[in-house]
Design a protein around this ligand. Structure first.
Ligand SMILES: [Cu+2]
Length: 132
C-alpha cells in the first residue's frame, strides 16, 4: 500500500511538476494582436523543434509576427532593408486567425519579435521569444 502511494506521488511529480513550474518550453504557442500590442508578449520554445503559432488579429489593421534572427537589431523605420534580418514571419488580417509552423532556431537565447507593418514597432508592437 505504501509502495503504491509512493508510486502515485512519483507519477504525479513526473506528470505535473514541469507544468506547475511553467518551465517546459512549448511546441505550440499563441498570440493575439490588437492595434498595437501583442498578447502575450513573451513565449518560451525549445530550440530546433517544430513550433505551431496560432496568430489571432483582433485589430482593424493587418499585423505580422516577425521573428528576427539572433543578434540582429531593428533600425527604425522597419522596412525592406530589414528583410535579411527576418528568421520567419506570419501575417494575419483583421478579425482572422492563422496558424503557421516554423522550426525554432537551433541557437538558444533571447529573440526579438516585431510587427513589420509601417510604424507598428514605434507604437509598441514588440515582444520576446525565448529559445531554450
Ligand atoms: Cu502590427
Amino acid at each position: 500500500m505504501i509502495r503504491r502511494s509512493l508510486f502515485v506521488v512519483f507519477m504525479w511529480t513526473i506528470l505535473f511538476l514541469p507544468v506547475a513550474y511553467g518551465e517546459n518550453p512549448d511546441n505550440s504557442i499563441s498570440v493575439t494582436a490588437t492595434d498595437f500590442q501583442f498578447r502575450p508578449n513573451i513565449w518560451t520554445i525549445a530550440s530546433g523543434q517544430d513550433i505551431a503559432l496560432s496568430f489571432t488579429n483582433n485589430g482593424v489593421q493587418e499585423h505580422e509576427w516577425v521573428l528576427l534572427k539572433q543578434g540582429t537589431e531593428v533600425t527604425l523605420p522597419f522596412n525592406d532593408d530589414d528583410e535579411e534580418k527576418v528568421f520567419w514571419e506570419l501575417e494575419t488580417g483583421p478579425g482572422a486567425t492563422k496558424v503557421g509552423i516554423f522550426t525554432a532556431p537551433p541557437q538558444s537565447g533571447t529573440y526579438t519579435i516585431v510587427c513589420g507593418k509601417p510604424r507598428h514597432i514605434e507604437r509598441g508592437m514588440t515582444a520576446t521569444l525565448i529559445v531554450q
